[in-house]
Ligand binder design. Structure first.
Ligand code: SF4
Length: 322
């Protein structure tokens, strides 16, 4: 089995005083040194701190002015403040279990369903679990590691899902650091492509497979249906960054009724042009859930004609399927 990329992040060692005594700037400087070693595939080094532990310390420090995602809230989550995602520092999940419903190469997976999201889709299929944070379960990274280890023999991958994992970088970096070193299952980041530049740097060297959604083909539809601004530029920036990290990239696209020409077509065209090695997972299971009935054009399932059209474009554009 291929070794997970986090093993290399463990092997990069850097010398420095205790991490908690360092300023945030000094931690980022150390992280940059580790990043250079990682990208140049430098031979193992010696030092008190692994690059992974520096990432974990940085993510925890960054919670004091959170900038994990494209909302750039800069609020102090350790002090209990909450931004767009409505999460403070406490990790909240709606479940963690062996899941057989992911794409075939990823299943079965041990899936952690994190609460909270950086988007607010009117048609969210997991809205109860995602937005009802008070119904979620508070967990520690240690408890999640224990649960993962109990199921290690029966899963192919470890999936960080949601909601979306972007607001949980401090938890998942602690988890990655604590996973047994002889555990080879790849880490899958099943997010919505909203990491900030800092978030992208923190995830490089940790994530083996990115599994983002590319939902809408223009900012107008994205704002109307998911309440996020500047969606296209930030999503495309994230997809290119995932590719540049050398991680496996599987892009999901949910076929939304009446959004074929404005969304599905431009999404697939952009992927064919800019991410030709990405594997595409077309999702056909759209149903008008949550608040979808407030938008008349999406208050139905996609028609057979729409599903056929989307698959035809996929073939015409010679995109790889997962
Ligand atoms: S994760 Fe994103 S939405 Fe949540 S507080 Fe941080 S910057 Fe804001």
């Amino acid at each position: 089995m291929k070794r997970p990329v986090r093993e290399r992040a463990h092997a990069i060692r850097l010398s420095a005083p205790p991490l908690e005594s360092l300023s945030t700037t000094a931690l980022w400087d150390l992280h940059t040194q580790g990043l250079a070693q990682f990208r140049h595939q430098a031979p193992p080094t010696s030092g008190e701190h692994s690059w992974l532990s520096i990432k974990r310390a940085l993510a925890t420090r960054e919670l004091e002015h959170c900038n994990f995602c494209v909302h750039h809230c800069h609020i102090n989550r350790i002090a209990g403040e909450k931004g767009y995602c409505r999460l403070d520092a406490q990790a909240v999940i709606s479940g963690a279990y062996v899941h057989h419903g992911e794409e075939a190469p990823l299943s079965p997976t041990f899936a952690i369903f994190f609460g909270g999201c950086t988007m607010h889709c009117v048609y969210c299929h997991n809205w109860r679990e995602t937005f009802a944070l008070e119904a979620g379960q508070a967990v520690t990274p240690q408890a999640l590691v224990t649960a993962i280890v109990q199921h290690r023999e029966s899963v192919r991958t470890l999936s960080l899902i949601g909601g979306t994992p972007e607001p949980h970088l401090h938890t998942l970096l602690t988890l990655a650091e604590q996973l047994p070193h002889d555990m080879y299952q790849p880490l899958v980041f099943n997010g919505n492509g909203t990491l900030s530049a800092q978030g992208l740097m923190l995830m490089e060297g940790v994530i083996d497979i990115y599994l983002p959604d590319y939902k809408h083909g223009n900012d107008r539809c994205a704002w109307r249906l998911t309440q996020i601004t500047q969606y296209t530029a930030s999503l495309q920036h994230n997809l290119l960054a995932y590719q540049a990290q050398g991680a496996r990239l599987i892009v999901r696209h949910l076929i939304v009724p009446a959004h074929l020409d404005c969304c599905t077509r431009p999404v697939l065209e952009w992927l064919a042009l800019h991410c030709p090695s990405a594997e595409i997972s077309l999702l056909e299971q759209y149903r008008p859930l949550y608040k979808a009935n407030t938008r008349p054009e999406i208050a139905r399932r996609p028609s057979a004609t729409e599903l056929t059209q989307a698959k035809q474009w996929l073939t015409e554009l010679a995109l790889k399927t997962v």
